[in-house]
Design a binder for this molecule. Structure first.
Ligand code: GSH
Length: 390
């Protein structure tokens, strides 16, 4: 077991420095208890001094360990000249290399948007492909600066794993896909009792699958792999009857199968899978930069600012558009965040607004052809809503 920023992480052993910090905090608790029990004033003074000293020591130890992994990510990123972005090993529409080896997809573009905000240049990104199992350690250890990899925001990941999700860039839900030729007559997940189900390990998918079958009193036979290509190959070879993952993932994976038209996605959505980018805890500035990049993409769409018209929009009379694009006199709209005042201009020039990013990668401009649905802006009946840039 190992701790990052005072939080528990899985899969690693605690280093000696954590034992000391832990002891300091236990001592601190004792001091508190004695204080509350009403110790003499002079002793209280001593305790206060000790308390402060321990606090400083503890904070220094925490800071020392945390700095390697998280504090000052903006400075680290600026020093190296690029953002290291954790993506999937290849999921169409989200993050997958094209035939030139360029990473495409909404998750890859999100990192480009952050690079545009930080460097004024969306190309300053390097990508690290990660399996579901590898992804959290890669972020915790500092191997990547952002995890932008179709990752569901859950309480466990936000707390026990020491992450901060910046928002939901894609509202998804878990679904099932079957080979209709192999299973004619199956048109509901409730007919799947006894099926062999292909699933990737280290995912919420695996957990929801168990809940769904249990709550519907159905049996299933899990066929579990760590690597995406293993799951895909097993399903395509007919080693399992059903493939389950985020519904968007099913559409992407279907395109890679030997005979995509034979496969149907069943209507049931069995979970909430709010997918979004995450950063490490303990670095508020970086968290804000990544979070406001997401909001900037949404606010740009809401204001009608596009890749094609962003330069023209700088001369708009609309005060909100002027403000967002950093055109107000004496503005600090970007510098307060730690980036330049024209950061939104740079984001939109690099990847377009949220809607453009969506349509190009997973929507009408992509082979996936997924409808905006609940990912529409709140002004169009969807869930995508950003606080104002002002
Ligand atoms: N959203 C779910 C599932 C994410 C997930 O890893 N899905 C698999 C199946 S679509 C995937 O993307 N694999 C890609 C890879 O391993 O590179 C989660 O966060 O646990």
């Amino acid at each position: 077991m190992r701790f990052v920023n005072g939080r528990q992480c899985i899969g690693n052993d605690a280093g000696p420095e954590w034992a000391e910090v832990g002891a300091a905090f236990t001592y601190e608790k004792k001091i508190r208890a004695a204080w509350e029990a009403g110790a003499p004033v002079a002793e209280k003074g001593l305790w206060v001094m000790k308390h402060i000293a321990i606090g400083i020591l503890g904070a220094a130890a925490l800071g020392f360990t945390a700095s390697a992994a998280s504090a000052g990510t903006l400075d680290t990123v600026k020093q190296k000249g690029f953002i290291q972005c954790g993506v999937s090993t290849g999921l169409a529409g989200f993050s997958a290399p094209d035939d030139k080896g360029e990473w495409q997809g909404i998750d890859a573009d999100f990192c480009r948007a952050v690079a545009a905000a930080v460097f004024g240049d969306g190309t300053k990104v390097k990508f690290t492909p990660l399996s579901a199992k590898e992804r959290f350690t890669a972020l915790q250890s500092g191997e990547v600066d952002i995890l932008s990899r179709n990752t569901t925001w859950t309480i466990n990941r936000d707390t026990a794993l020491g992450l901060n999700f910046v928002g939901t860039t894609y509202y998804d839900g878990q679904g099932f896909m079957i080979n209709a030729k192999k299973l004619p007559g199956v048109n509901s997940a409730l007919q799947l009792s006894g099926a062999a189900v292909c699933v990737q390990s280290g995912t919420t998918t695996e957990l929801n699958l168990a809940d769904y079958f249990k709550s519907n009193k159905m049996e299933y036979n899990p066929v579990v792999f760590e690597k995406l290509e293993e799951v895909n190959a097993a399903y395509d070879a007919g080693r399992c009857d059903v493939y389950t993952t985020d519904q968007s993932g099913l559409y992407g994976i279907r395109l890679t199968l030997g005979s995509p038209a034979d496969h149907v996605v069943l209507p049931e959505i069995i979970s909430k899978e709010p997918l979004g980018p995450a950063v490490r805890q303990g670095d508020d500035q970086w968290y804000h930069i990544v979070k406001w990049t997401y909001f900037a993409l949404l606010d740009a769409e809401e204001l009608g600012i596009t890749k094609a018209n962003v330069d023209e929009m700088k001369n708009s009379d609309n005060p909100e558009i002027k403000r967002v694009l950093g055109m107000e006199a004496d503005t600090k709209i970007g510098t307060d965040l730690g980036v330049s005042n024209d950061w939104v201009v740079n984001i939109v020039k690099a990847v377009g607004n949220y809607g453009e990013m969506f349509e190009r990668n997973v929507g009408s401009g992509s082979p996936l052809k997924i409808a905006r649905g609940i990912n529409a802006l709140w002004t169009k009946g969807g869930l995508q809503y950003a606080p104002p840039i002002r």
